[in-house]
Write a protein that binds this ligand. Structure first.
Ligand code: CP3
Length: 321
C-alpha cells in the first residue's frame, strides 16, 4: 500500500521542489528518492514504486491534474472518446517510470524487494468516466450498465496498456507487481466477474506469458467473500486484503492458496498506542503461521504520526510465532 506521501516531512520537501504531483511521478531522480525514503527511515522489507494509477489514462492522452486537497481531475471520457483511444505508444510515454524502477532497483539492498504496480482496469475506468474520484462510482456503473459494449472497449484498452506497462516494470527491475482494484467492492456479482476478475485474469496471463517468473499481487478492495473466487480465477500469486476482511477467513480460505498481504486498518496507525499494538498482534497471531506479508489494509493516511509507524515496525520485527 502507499508508503510515501504527506505524512513524511522528507516527502513534503521533495514534493515542494516540483510544481505538480505528476511532475514528481515523471521525474525519475526525485521519484526514486521518494520511493526509497520510507525504506531508509523504517527499514521495510519492500519498497513500492512511487507513481500513480492515473499515469495510464495520462499516457492514453487524457489530461490528468491532481488538485491540491481535492484529488485527481480530468475531462470525463464519453463513448466518442473511448472509440478514439489508442493504446499504441502509451507505454513508451511512461518510459520515465521505468527509469525510476531501474534507479530504485540499483540502490535498493539485494535482500529488499521492489513492488511495481498499476490500477486494475475497472478502477482506472471509474476515474476516466467520472473525471474525478466519486463516493459510489455511480458514473462508471451507469455507463457499464447502459452501454456494456463501449465500456468493454475501454476495459480492453486498459488491459492492453496495463499488461505491457507491468511487463516493462518487471523488465526494468521490479521484483513483483500489484494490481490495485480499489473500487472492486461496489460491483454486483456478475459485474465483479466481468469488470474485476476477467480483466485482471487477462493481465496476469499476459504478464506471466511475457515474464514467466513474474509474481503478481491482486488487491480487490471491498471484495469480501468474493476474494476466494478472485484468487482462484485471476491466477494471482498473492492477495492484498483490506481491513474489513475477517482474519479467520483469510487464514482458512485464502492463505492455503496464495500469499496474503494486509490488513491493518490505517486508522489504527493514526491512533497508535495500545489499540495499535492489539490490532498488530491479532493480525500476526492469525496470519503469521502461513505465507504472509504484514501491511496496511489500505494506503497510509496523511495525518499518521511518524512515531506510530516506527512503533509498528518494531512490534512486527519482534514477533515470533
Ligand atoms: O506510496 C507510494 O510511494 C506508492 C505510490 C502510490 C501513489 N498512488 C502515490 C500517491 C500508489 C501505489 C498509488 C495508488 C493509487 N492512486 C490508487 C490505488 C490504491 C489506493 O490508494 O486506493 C488510487 C485509487 C490512486 C488515485 C489517487 N492518487 C487519488 C484518488 C489521489 C488523491 C487522494 C489523496 O490522498 O490526495 C492520489 C494522489 C496520490 N497518489 C498521493 C500519493 C502519495 C497523494 C498526493 C501527495 O501526497 O502529494
Amino acid at each position: 500500500m502507499r508508503q510515501a506521501g504527506r505524512y513524511l516531512p522528507e516527502y513534503r520537501s521533495v514534493r515542494a521542489e516540483v510544481p505538480t504531483f505528476l511532475d514528481l511521478c515523471f521525474d525519475p531522480v526525485r521519484a526514486a528518492d521518494v520511493t526509497l525514503q520510507p525504506i531508509e527511515r523504517f527499514g521495510f522489507d519492500a519498497a513500492i514504486l512511487f507513481a500513480d494509477i492515473l499515469v495510464v489514462p495520462h499516457a492514453l492522452g487524457c489530461v490528468v491534474a491532481f488538485v491540491e486537497g481535492e484529488g485527481p481531475r480530468f475531462d470525463p471520457i464519453d463513448a466518442g472518446g473511448i472509440a478514439r483511444l489508442n493504446a499504441s505508444g502509451a507505454v513508451e510515454r511512461l518510459a520515465p517510470i521505468m527509469e525510476t524502477v531501474a534507479r530504485v532497483r540499483a540502490s535498493l539492498d539485494a535482500g529488499k524487494s521492489l513492488i511495481g504496480f498499476c490500477g486494475a482496469p475497472w478502477t482506472v475506468a471509474t476515474y476516466m468516466i467520472a473525471g474525478r474520484g466519486t463516493v459510489d462510482q455511480a458514473p462508471a456503473r451507469l455507463f457499464a450498465a447502459e452501454d456494456p459494449e463501449t465500456f468493454a472497449r475501454l476495459i480492453d484498452v486498459l488491459v492492453d496498456v496495463s499488461a505491457d506497462y507491468l511487463v516493462a516494470q518487471l523488465r526494468a527491475g521490479a521484483d513483483a507487481v500489484q494490481v490495485f482494484d480499489t473500487w472492486a467492492g461496489v460491483l454486483g456479482e456478475d459485474d465483479f466477474e466481468h469488470w474485476a476478475i476477467a480483466p485482471t485474469a487477462e493481465i496476469v496471463r499476459r504478464v506471466k506469458a511475457a515474464v514467466p517468473a513474474a509474481r503478481v499481487i491482486g488487491f480487490p478492495k471491498g471484495a469480501g467473500l468474493r476474494l476466494e473466487r478472485y484468487v482462484e480465477a485471476t491466477g494471482v500469486d498473492g492477495v492484498s486484503i483490506d481491513w474489513t476482511v475477517p482474519l479467520a477467513f483469510a487464514r482458512d480460505r485464502l492463505q492455503p492458496r496464495v500469499a496474503v498481504q494486509g490488513n491493518l486498518d490505517p486508522m489504527k496507525l493514526v491512533v497508535g498506542g495500545d489499540a495499535l499494538d492489539r490490532a498488530v498482534d491479532h493480525i500476526l497471531a492469525s496470519l503469521g503461521g502461513g505465507r504472509f506479508v504484514f501491511n496496511l489494509g489500505h494506503g497510509i493516511l496523511p495525518q499518521t504520526p511518524v512515531a506510530n509507524v516506527a512503533r509498528l515496525v518494531e512490534r512486527v520485527r519482534a514477533w515470533r510465532s
